[in-house]
Ligand binder design. Structure first.
Ligand SMILES: [Zn+2]
Length: 243
């Protein structure tokens, strides 16, 4: 059985999520970390199904956070500043319609808990569901330097290496690098689009931790390019992640 930690791609959370995952693994449990825009459970249904089939899930911890860019995007969608497609609508935006005008970072805790409860039922899980929000001001994140280079790492199982280590191996900065991590990469297409269109990130690297992933990732990038995402780059992190 595995514990699943679901959080946001937010660059400031990298170190804290490594710490949380380590903490959750203290009792010997397998811990799987998933990250997308907004710790959005609705955008990880296929990934959760795959994890349930491979390992089984007995705990879900959802780590939303304050000052979340994904919630700013949702807010902009709700008041018409941003447009979004149907896929992103049903997965990320619509659950917030009844929370319009509220603090969406707080609403996100409720939204994701209720989505996790629904998903658990749909998958027939008997999992403990917990929301453990992170306050970005209290986790020791250094202030961003002016003109910092923001990048996005996309991959499956990056957490196995540790986000901080993987980012360093890619030659990037711990607190300037957003991370998307999910076993079903195709599910993260809307999140990659948010990083590109809303956060303005142009350095997007689909990383593989081993050779087996390289071929899979190449297919994914091919598909993404076919959908107009021509900016994606394939990137290998040479060091093998622990099996
Ligand atoms: Zn966020």
């Amino acid at each position: 059985m595995a514990k699943v930690l679901i959080s946001c791609m937010e660059r400031r959370l990298n170190q804290e999520l490594d710490r949380m995952a380590k903490d959750m693994a203290k009792d010997g449990s397998e811990v799987i970390v998933l990250r997308n825009a907004g710790a959005n459970v609705g955008g990880l249904e296929e990934s959760m199904r795959e994890i349930e089939e491979m390992a089984g899930i007995d705990q879900i911890v959802i780590a939303t956070h304050d000052d979340c860019g994904a919630m700013k995007f949702v807010s902009g969608c709700l008041d018409g500043r941003y447009t979004y497609d149907r896929d992103l609508g049903s997965k990320l935006v619509e659950p917030f319609e009844k929370h319009a005008g509220e603090n969406l970072d707080i609403a996100n805790q409720k939204v994701q808990r209720s989505r996790a409860v629904d998903l658990s039922k749909a998958l027939g899980l008997d999992a403990k569901i917990e929301v453990s929000p992170i306050s970005v001001g209290s986790i020791g994140v250094p202030k961003s330097t002016n003109g910092a280079h923001h990048a996005l790492l996309v991959g499956s199982g990056i957490y196995k290496m540790g986000f901080e280590k993987a980012i360093r191996k890619a030659g990037l900065e711990t607190f300037e690098t957003y991370v998307i991590d999910a076993p079903v990469l195709s599910e993260t297409m809307p999140d990659i689009k948010i990083a590109k269109d809303i956060l303005g990130i142009s350095d997007i690297r689909v990383v593989s931790l081993n050779q087996k992933q390289e071929a899979k990732n190449a297919k994914f990038v091919e598909r993404a390019k076919g959908m107009g995402m021509k900016h994606l780059k394939i990137y290998g992190i040479k060091d093998r992640a622990p099996a």
